[in-house]
Design a protein around this ligand. Structure first.
Ligand code: GDP
Length: 436
């Protein structure tokens, strides 16, 4: 049974920890979109790993990891990550397969990213300026360079010359020498060769042999290029449809969808966040939750749990169950709010609007729930949670429309509740984490 694990909010939901926790039940972990703007933080026995491009499954010996065609690859970022893993004692070896159809991020994409944000001024998106958006623009514009293009050196030279020339018209200062870009690419291609392959075929063969695949999303549904808060979104499909196009697998190959949602809401960068808290409470969530970007260190905007957004993500992705993370961050709060709708004038919206001009004047409709005084941090059995925390979760299940199969109560793998009475028991029957 193959499962997709993806973000049900604005990214940074703690997917890294959940994927890492579930990986022992799978033979392959596959990423389908995004680039090295993702930042999965995983703690294993107190040791911190931040993975940007390579699926966190790589931390588990014997697990194969896939970077699908839907991902944009910066070769330098890839090599840095491989070298860093080696330094920490983890050999990538032949466990990594990068799709030969994946598009590359080239030096001019980074320059264009910075330039485009500067041009937007007040209307900036808040990108990580790593060239991801411009690389996707070139992909859609049919002038991108793919991993497999690094083989035909003559055609590559022509392509690079043309592309760099076009970029030099836009980037007036800091002009690029196409030869330097080309030489670098040749060297990158040489090093990358051992890891490149036909991902769609490899996954089909793995499935035929009965190997389970965990499909890993980056960012979150509300940052999806089509279904997110456009234009304040990422340049790819973070929602489940991206898994099929970004890996070359059919929809029926995804047997279950596990959404990941924080017990509150955060977002990094610009764009709407209806439940954002500006005062002391926002600061309190940021500090307790250590809400600073894993990739950029930027402080994340924080707010209460937004059930409108999560319910929307449940629908768009067909989420069967949620993994609720960071419950412990709410420890000690006297009361906790849940947003169940948005008030606009005399109307209450219960669906996330497409038009951001509608989101702007929205006032979240809150219901208030009592907090708990006994810490939830590190709790591994559902019945050991304070009764108020259990009630809070039960209410989140009602307003989100799906059960919370997993509850995360800390950064470590062991600080997790897997509920045996949930769908997780079917997906992971041999689950080793202590559970209800
Ligand atoms: P991702 O991109 O969705 O993987 O999220 P990030 O890795 O950027 O952010 C999640 C952060 O929250 C990481 O630092 C995790 O170690 C941490 N985290 C995950 N689950 C929990 C939890 O249940 N409690 C606490 N306190 N931290 C958690």
């Amino acid at each position: 049974m193959n499962i997709a694990v993806l973000g049900a909010q604005w990214g940074d939901e703690g997917k890294g920890k959940i994927v890492d926790l579930l990986t022992p039940h799978f033979g392959v972990v596959a990423r389908y979109q995004g680039g090295h703007n993702a930042g999965h933080t995983v703690y294993v026995h107190g040791k911190k790993f931040v993975l940007h491009l390579i699926p966190s499954g790589i931390l588990h010996p014997g697990v194969r990891c896939v970077i699908g065609n839907g991902v944009v690859v910066d070769p330098q970022a890839l090599f840095t990550e491989i070298d860093e893993l080696a330094r920490l004692g983890i050999e990538v070896g032949d466990r990594l397969v990068i799709s030969e159809k994946a598009h590359l991020i080239l030096p001019y994409h980074r320059e264009l990213d910075v330039l485009s944000e500067a041009r937007r001024g007040e209307r900036r998106i808040g990108t990580t300026s790593r060239g991801i958006g411009p690389a996707y623009e070139d992909k859609i514009g049919r002038r991108g360079i793919r991993v497999c293009d690094l083989v035909d050196t003559k055609a590559l030279a022509d392509e690079v010359r043309e592309n760099v020339h076009a970029r030099n018209q836009i980037i007036k200062d800091n002009k690029m020498d196409w030869r330097a870009v080309y030489e670098r690419l040749l060297a990158d291609g040489e090093r990358m060769r051992r890891w490149t392959g036909d991902v769609s075929l490899m996954l089909a063969e793995a499935m035929q042999q009965g190997t389970r695949i965990l499909v890993e999303g980056a960012q979150g549904t509300m940052l999806d290029i089509d279904h997110g808060t456009y234009p304040f979104v990422t340049s790819s499909n973070a929602s489940v449809g991206g898994a099929c196009t970004g890996l070359g697998i059919p929809p029926k190959a995804v047997h279950g969808v596990l959404g990941v949602a924080k017990a509150y809401t955060t977002r990094v960068g610009e764009g709407p966040l209806p439940t954002e808290l500006h005062g002391e409470m926002g600061e309190r969530l940021r500090e307790s939750g250590q809400e600073y970007g894993a990739s950029t260190g930027r402080p994340r905007r924080c707010g209460w749990y937004d059930a409108v957004a999560v319910r929307y993500a449940v629908r768009v992705n067909g989420i069967d169950a949620l993994a609720l993370t960071k419950l412990d961050v709410l420890d000690g709060l006297p009361s906790i709010d849940i947003c169940t709708g948005y008030a606009v004038g005399s109307r209450t919206l219960t669906e996330f609007p497409a038009d951001l001009n509608t989101v702007g004047p929205c006032e979240p409709v809150y219901e208030s729930w009592p907090g708990w005084t006994t810490p939830t941090r590190g709790v591994t059995r559902f019945e050991d949670l304070p009764v108020e925390a259990r009630r809070y979760i039960a209410r989140l299940e009602e307003v989100s429309g799906v059960p919370m199969a997993i509850v995360s109560t800390g950064t470590d793998r062991t600080e997790t509740i897997i509920r045996r009475d949930s769908i997780a028991a079917q997906w992971f029957p041999d689950v080793s984490v202590s559970a209800v």
